[in-house]
Each structure stands twice: as structure tokens, then as C-alpha cells.
Design a protein around this ligand. Sequence first.
Ligand SMILES: NC(=O)c1ccc[n+]([C@@H]2O[C@H](COP(=O)([O-])OP(=O)(O)OC[C@H]3O[C@@H](n4cnc5c(N)ncnc54)[C@H](O)[C@@H]3O)[C@@H](O)[C@H]2O)c1
Ligand SMILES: CC[C@@H](O)/C=C/C=C\C[C@@H](O)/C=C/C=C/C=C\[C@@H](O)CCCC(=O)O
Length: 314
Amino acid sequence: MDPTCKVAIVLGAAKGSGFRAAEELLKAGVVRVVLADFPCPECYNATEKLCDKYGSEKAVLIAGDFHDPKMYMNLFEESIARFQKVDILFNNLDNYNDNSWVEEVNCNIKNTVRSTLLTHYFMNKKRNKDSRGSVVINCAISYSLDTMPPMPIYCSTKSAIIGFSRSIGDVMHYERTGVRVVALCPGITKEEAFSSSEYSVQLENSWGLDMEKLNVKEPQSDSSIARAVVHLVRYAPSGSVWVLDNDNLFYAEIPHRSLYNKRGNFVQPICKPPVLVPRPQRRRSSSDARSYVCVSKLHLYRVKGKNKKRSSRK
Ligand SMILES: NC(=O)c1ccc[n+]([C@@H]2O[C@H](COP(=O)([O-])OP(=O)(O)OC[C@H]3O[C@@H](n4cnc5c(N)ncnc54)[C@H](O)[C@@H]3O)[C@@H](O)[C@H]2O)c1
Ligand SMILES: CC[C@@H](O)/C=C/C=C\C[C@@H](O)/C=C/C=C/C=C\[C@@H](O)CCCC(=O)O
């Protein structure tokens, strides 16, 4: 989809990657962007900044607590009342706190599901007759394709976002609704993720965050998430999953479950001791896409970055 003249909503747009994504969408030609976040000084500043830079009324703010289901109805109804349509939704709300995991599950899963389901009503192809469909980008995290031992509940909420986006983005839904749904899985994206204060977000502080094992020299920038969002708006097929690692964007092809039923895999006799194969070694560097492929059994290729060569392995 060409972003020109489209209307976008960014949830969680007050700062960081949400704010950058709103700006990048405006740069790419979006006619209006609706910022949604808690009412806080940052979100008023964010709206003002974008209007100053890109023109008054280019950005509007709908502030509130988006745990409240009514806020989503408000968000879509008000956006459509003002701008007649919504074409793009970037779901960037985040709660990173296993220590209060019920709120975390509610924020990361329920809000993503709720807002995506509403797009089937508010952004479907019958409503958006003039456009070529619409797009939802749900934000997960690269670790949720693998594991995150220090933050198991957070990891599971983000894995849920991947499963949900792949399923609701399936052609079965897309053909009916015209709404493309994709998942973006960034790696570590800002310095705060490394601070020791992060320990308070764990279910058990004694587990430790194992940060030294992450082996990330420098977190990627918020603006690379923003550029990835525009790329997905333009090109991502519905139901696709994308990894953004070390400023490089990859298309992730997750193996079909039937591949387990291939020669070379051990059939496990039920009620007998399992036939175990050694677990593959963990990758050493998060920037090493080739070893990422080996461990995760994903097909990945670099879309953008230093090494443009396609690397695809089983
Ligand atoms: N920061 C990283 O290192 C990193 C890495 C990988 C993926 N991500 C993903 O990127 C996305 C954004 O992450 P971030 O670190 O920029 O987060 P952030 O905390 O900076 O932004 C999230 C925004 O959501 C808003 N928000 C949360 N709950 C809300 C609610 N109930 N109502 C209204 N607003 C609410 C917050 O106010 C905040 O502005 C998340 O989906 C996250 O999983 C981040
Ligand atoms: C605060 C922003 C939030 O949205 C995202 C934070 C992301 C990560 C921060 C940190 O807590 C993550 C820890 C993950 C650890 C995962 C595994 C390690 O134990 C070992 C990984 C080794 C490797 O495979 O690179």
C-alpha cells in the first residue's frame, strides 16, 4: 500500500518507537496521524511537535487509558468522524512487567486482539472503498520467536501476538475483510532495556536478567522500527512475520508443522522414554543472521542493511 493520503493510528505514540513511527508515516505521505496514549506531557508534546513540523492538524491526539475497551470504540469512531476513514493501525502499546503479569497479559494480548478485531469493522474493504485495503502492524519482539527465560510471561504475551497475527492475517480473513495483519518483532531497541532498574520487572528478582548473554553491543534505534513500519505498510503480505535485528529487517518464514513428520525426525513412541536429540546451540551474536537461521529454523533474508545478499537456509 502506498502510504500517500492514508490515515494512520499509532497506539502508544507518546514517545520512542511509536512517536518515531508516527513521524515516519507522515514523511511517507500519510495525510493524518492519530496519536493514542495515556494523557501525559509527552503525548501533548509529541502532537505539537508533529504539527509544527508537518503542518497544523496533521497529527491529532486521542488520549486515555487504552485498557478500557470503550477507548477503542472512541478511537475509531472519532478518527472516522474527523477523517472519514482509517487505513493503517500500528499497535505499539507495551507493558513490560512480569511482576504484575495480569496487567501485562491484559495490555499486550487483550488490547492487541481487541483493536485488531475492531479493524474488521472499522477498516474493512466495504468501508474503505476508495483504498486498496488497510493494514494492521502488531508489535512483538524478536525473542518471542525464541525464548526469554528472564521474562517468561512477557515473552508469552509477545508470542501470542505472533500466533494471533498469523492466524487473523490468514487469507481466509484477508479475503473477507481486506485488512492485512502483520507482526513486527524488533530486537533490543533502546538503552533503558539494559539498565539495572529493569530487575524490578521480573517475577523473581533472583533470576537475574542474564543481560550479558544478550550480547548486544548497541541497541538499534527507534527510527529503525519506524522505517520498518513504513516498509511493512508498503509491502508486507497479510499474516507475515518480520524480525528487526541490529537495524536489519528480515522476513521470517516459520516452518509448517507438517515438517516434523519428515524422515530424519524421530517418531516418539507414546508411553516409552523419549528419543532425545541434543538441543541446538544458542546463537552467540544477535546480529549474526546466519546462526539465527540455524537455531530458530527460520528462513530469513535481509531486506535492508549492510549485507544485501539473500541468506536462506533450512
Ligand atoms: N524497547 C525495546 O527494546 C523493544 C524491543 C523489542 C520490541 N519492542 C516493542 O516495541 C513496542 C514499543 O516498545 P517501547 O519500548 O517503545 O515501549 P514504550 O513503553 O516506550 O511505549 C509504549 C507506549 O504505550 C503506552 N501505553 C501502555 N499502556 C497504555 C495504556 N493502557 N493506555 C495508553 N497508553 C499506554 C505507554 O504510555 C508508552 O508510551 C512494544 O510492543 C515492544 O514490545 C521494544
Ligand atoms: C523495555 C522494552 C521492552 O519492550 C523490551 C525489552 C526487551 C528485552 C530486554 C531484556 O529484558 C530481555 C531479556 C531477554 C533474554 C533472553 C535470553 C537470554 O537469557 C539469552 C539470550 C542469548 C541469545 O540468544 O542472544
